[in-house]
Design a protein around this ligand. Sequence first.
Ligand code: UDP
Length: 438
Amino acid sequence: MSVRVVEVEDGRSLADYDGHLLLEPAAAWLRARADKVLPSLRGRRVWMINSAAEGGAVAEMLPHMVALLRELGVEIDWAVVESDRPEFLDLTKRIHNLLHGAGEPRLDAADRELFESVNRANGEELASLLGPRDLVVIHDPQPLGMAPQIRELGLPLAWRCHIGLDRVNEATRVAWGFLEGYLALVDHSIFTAPEYVPGVLRYKSSLIRPALDPLSDKNRDLRPVEVGSVLAEAGLAGIDASGRETPARVERLQPDGAWLPASEAPPIGFLYRPLVVQVSRWDRLKGFLPLLEGFATAKSAAAGGELEAARLVLCGPDPYSVADDPEGVETLEQVAARFGELDPALQADVAILKLPRNALLVNAIQRASTVVAQNSLQEGFGLTVAEAMWKGVPVVASAACGIRQQIDDGVEGRLVPNAEDPAGIAAVLAEVLNDPEG
Ligand code: UDP
């Protein structure tokens, strides 16, 4: 258990947005807003609190947000509250899944005791960092159990929730019920969509729609030659890049279950094959397995066209290197087992990759994709969907709640009605790949 203030290093500044036609108005709006708000923040430090310094969309968003707010004159710090107790990580993962409507709808007194004791210990540590006029923003459920201590200090508390579901079921009822006591202590909450706000927060919530940063390494414009060289350095371009540094080591699953550096495996066909690519965490709810089935179904019915030549690339971070990701390991192993059973001709058309943490590589992979897929069973907001749209890459995604809000079927991309139906996935993939008009 520990509370750690994270050093924020961010090379970009608000001025970088000024020269950009689409972004300049947003930068100007932010400055004007800051001028209004800053007087009320004078003498107060704002604390952003979440549960991980790396991995996941929140950890990705916070450094840049903190840096920009500092530039605008806000005194702000980011503290990560971690726990090394596997049972706590397991519990908070269950809460996360329940809020998405998935998992066994049960949280009992032992879960409550565990949640409280870890958060109490963390809350004591955090309290020693907080000043008497500070303002605390907790992100997501994991650190929310510190709410009572923060309120005892008399500090204003906001909760920013990055997940949610537009339906109520037994799972969501249990999860929100578990969190209700803490939510009652929150002064204000922020959600990504109005449908996600639970009743207890209805009159003290606002919306911040999720967004990507167009100037980050994940999203910035890359010239074709840059896409090629990033892929080559990662061993993904199918060309001899020996003698060059390989900062981005990608590993590819072999039919016998072993992992080889991608540069030593047969070329996947980046830059010349039609590729359907999903880049996500290895989480069951990201729908990798049904996407693989859907692709297999589409291929078995392929009669010429782009589909005949198409390959599927499933990639995500190395879950074995992250201590707290047992579900990631399980999901990747299920995908790997299914891959091992495919017939060899189909195996050659499927690449399963473990990626290093490297935003530029994800950028290049998405730009080199013919179709970006995001077959999530549940999704509060599909960041990869937004990333593909920004890059002008066609998207095939499930009609999960968050994604439905991003895509009108047939307008910004194509939606698969049911993420767990391989025949439906196959039909949409065939349509998109074989449509010469794109
Ligand atoms: N991502 C990445 N490397 C990977 C897999 C995913 O950088 O190996 C990025 C992806 O591009 C996206 C984010 O992680 O920016 C995932 O965000 P999303 O909201 O889709 O999923 P979350 O992980 O928050 O559930």
